[in-house]
Design a protein around this ligand. Structure first.
Ligand code: PLP
Length: 390
């Protein structure tokens, strides 16, 4: 009997669910080892490498032996650059003191939840939504109230949901725009309403803006335009193409900075130093031009995929405006998306993420397509899926 069998895992850790897609990925790896060419539409990260100016800045930092810890809240010049980015992109003035550099948005989410949530507290989350949030809340000994969201609200929480679901244990609500898995955004007025609704309840709003920049409509927003009292999460992972560098940030209300400093010192000490120096090049004009050409590519992919999927029988009631995901209703094709994605992988070597990875609400009739592959691969994947459906 090993230690885990003897129940050494606490109830909290034992309850953390794995990603089902990891099982699919493992199987995809076996199929590839057998010589099959698997088309990957399940991957939640850009296929493009980190832009060269960022890589060069990282290499320069290493050559200059920038290998020691930075302050827990991040390199002052990077915090300054992030604040300047908000000014330049959104015309919002942010005091760099409120910008906290973290190990990915994941680190930011953990820090934000650590200072906002206590044992027994409750946090409102959307279903479908980013699955790690529920687990992070669990690990803090808190609970989540799941708010099922559908096409009628663009798969987003609304101010009406806050009134309906807020309870005496609730301390915060978490939203994401553009969202994973749906790619949909919260419209400007609804975002303002949400900020006001959570504020009226005396709670805190955590707004995950990790897919900011990967937006195909005019309305790329930040909640910081409307309030200084929100926790805004962001990252260098997605738009900036730096997933493996593990670097993110958040902007927090001024009165939380010192507490977050203490928690960050204890949880992480600091984010990666070479990654922080590399990220200083992320906001250069040349880098932004490279990134915006990539955004155009993502848009082309979305524009290819949407009508083709609809033609095949997937129901996509709301046009996804951002990220690189399409969350499709497959109820006309299957009532069991988990089994369906498994057999699609076996028979046609196409990998998708089943709805179950993002919650429970209508999960068995949804799948997520990630367009993190070039159009020619999407075309081949769609041919195989169409054949499979027939
Ligand atoms: C909505 C959302 N938030 C946070 C993260 C974490 O990203 P990272 O830690 O790489 O910045 C992800 C990653 O997929 C995500 O989709």
């Amino acid at each position: 009997m090993n230690k885990a069998d003897k129940n050494v895992l606490t109830g909290r850790a034992a309850e953390v669910r794995p990603f089902y897609v990891m099982e699919l990925l493992a199987r995809a790896g076996q199929l590839e080892a057998e010589g099959r060419s698997v088309l990957h539409l399940e991957v939640g990260e850009p296929d493009f490498p980190t832009p060269q100016p960022i890589i060069d800045a990282g290499i320069r930092a290493l050559r200059q032996l920038k290998t020691h810890y930075t302050p827990a809240l991040g390199l002052p010049e990077l915090r300054q650059s992030i604040a300047a980015y908000y000014q330049q992109k959104f015309n919002v003035e942010i005091d760099a003191r409120r910008v906290i550099v973290t190990p990915g948005a994941s680190g930011a989410l953990q820090l934000a939840l650590s200072v906002l949530v206590d044992t027994g507290d409750n946090v409102l989350l959307t279903d479908p939504g980013y699955p790690c949030n529920r687990n992070m809340i669990k690990l803090l000994g808190a609970d989540s109230t799941i708010v099922p969201v559908g096409a009628d609200t663009r798969f987003q929480m609304t101010a009406a949901d806050i009134s309906r679901h807020w309870n005496e244990k609730s301390v915060a609500a978490m939203i994401a725009s553009p969202s994973n898995p749906t790619g949909t955004m919260i419209p400007r007025q609804e975002l303002i309403n949400l900020i006001e609704a959570v504020d009226a309840c005396g709670g805190n709003l955590i707004v995950d803006e990790i897919y900011q920049g990967l937006v195909y409509s005019e309305d790329d927003l930040t909640a910081l335009t409307f309030s200084n009292d929100v926790f805004v999460i962001n990252s260098f992972s997605k738009y900036f193409g730096m997933t493996g560098w593990r670097l993110g940030w958040m902007v927090v209300p001024d009165e939380y900075v010192d507490a977050i400093d203490r928690v960050a010192q204890n949880l992480f000490l600091a984010a990666s130093t070479p990654a922080q120096y590399a990220a200083l090049a992320a906001f250069d004009q040349g880098t932004i031009e490279i990134l915006d050409r990539r955004v155009a590519k993502f848009r082309e992919r979305r524009d290819y995929l949407l009508p083709v999927l609809r033609e095949m029988g997937f129901h996509i009631p709301v046009e996804p405006e951002g990220a690189f995901y399409i969350y499709a209703d497959c109820s006309a094709i299957t009532q069991n998306s988990f089994e369906w994605t498994r057999s699609l992988l076996e028979d046609e070597a196409v990998a998708l993420t089943p709805g179950i990875d993002f919650g429970e609400y209508r999960a068995s009739t949804h799948v997520r397509f990630a367009y993190t592959r070039p159009v020619d691969q999407l075309e081949r994947a769609c041919c195989r899926i169409a054949r499979y459906i027939k």
